[in-house]
Design a protein around this ligand. Structure first.
Ligand code: DDH
Length: 284
């Protein structure tokens, strides 16, 4: 009636469970994509939304979902992530009250859990910002570089050596695409399951330069798997290697540290009002 303001919809945990379940359902439904899952590219979207954070200026991070806009969507590192954003568009249409920023990160959590990863506690609180909040190009890691670059880039986000190595285990998932990054191939034989195989392969296989016309990358004996120069930096640098050895031997230790560091990554720069983090149940 006139004069009575419409009541604002305040979503509860149950409403976010509906979104988690919808994304999980779509992951099963659209199993023709890539290696059989949108999971890896959803994880990469959540990581690239978060990994722009700069501790000093407190700019970037997942609050804002500024990758919706050019120029950020056109940054070289974000090539191919339109597939993930488009995959989530019908979810946004079904639940218009959720911010893109919360949707992208909750979907990353969903993908990781549904691909056999550890529980990743999550809370809402991100709001979408406009094009003026886009971060400059160059904040995400460059795969052609080495240990110094990794420490500079991840140090800017606020991560130490152990956290850099734990985060990198996400490369158990997904693959490189020649039409996106220029690199080619998956890191493991099970690119839609989160395991500690990335570390096992890093220390257990012999890696040689791939002979091809593409960017410099490594390949294993079978030539089916790959490592980026930045992946190999984790075994070439003694301080990084300590953690690679630990996670190669102990999947539980990897899962625990991975969960902790991903929660930290996904929350960088977000002005939360809510203290409590929720745990979402895996959809069988
Ligand atoms: Fe990554 N990553 N990543 N990555 N990443 C690529 C794919 C995927 C680097 C470069 C690349 C993380 C760290 C690094 C995932 C998750 C994470 C590709 C291939 C390149 C290149 C893209 C393509 O061609 O489609 C570099 C460099 C680093 C680093 O220096 C440490 C981290 C921290 C994560 C994370 O999620 C926490 C995932 C998943 C993929 C697979 C995407 C797909 O479509 O499949």
């Amino acid at each position: 009636a006139a004069g009575i303001p419409a009541k604002e919809f305040v979503p509860t945990q149950e409403d976010y469970v509906k979104i988690y379940n919808e994304v999980a359902k779509r992951l099963v439904e659209f199993d023709e994509y890539d290696d059989g899952s949108y999971g890896p590219v959803l994880v990469r979207l959540a990581w690239h939304a978060s990994g722009t954070y700069d501790v000093e200026t407190k700019t970037g991070g997942s609050n804002g979902a500024t990758m919706r806009f050019q120029p950020e969507s056109d940054h070289g590192a974000n090539a191919g992530l339109k597939a993930a954003r488009d995959f989530l568009e019908p979810v946004k249409e079904k639940f218009p009250w959720v911010s893109y920023s919360d949707l992208w990160i909750l979907s990353g959590v969903c993908a990781l859990q549904q691909m056999g990863g550890p529980v990743i506690p999550w809370r809402p609180g991100r709001s979408d910002r406009d094009i003026s909040a886009c971060t400059p190009d160059g904040r995400l890691p460059d795969a052609t570089k080495e240990h110094k670059h990794l420490r500079a880039i991840f140090g800017r986000m606020g991560f130490n050596d152990q956290e850099i190595v734990a985060l990198s285990g996400a490369h158990a998932l997904g693959r490189c695409h020649t039409d996106r990054s220029g690199f080619d191939g998956p890191w493991t034989f099970s690119p839609t399951m989160l395991t500690n195989d990335y570390y096992k392969l890093l220390v257990g296989e012999k890696w040689n330069w791939k002979k091809w016309n593409g960017p410099a990358q490594y390949e294993d004996k079978t030539k089916a798997l790959m490592m980026l120069p930045t992946d190999m930096a984790l075994v070439k640098d003694r301080e990084f290697k300590k953690w690679v050895d630990k996670y190669a031997k102990d999947q539980d230790a990897f899962f625990k540290d991975f969960s902790d560091v991903v929660v930290k990554l996904f929350e960088l720069g977000v002005p939360f009002k809510q203290e409590e983090k929720w745990v979402f149940k895996v959809v069988e």
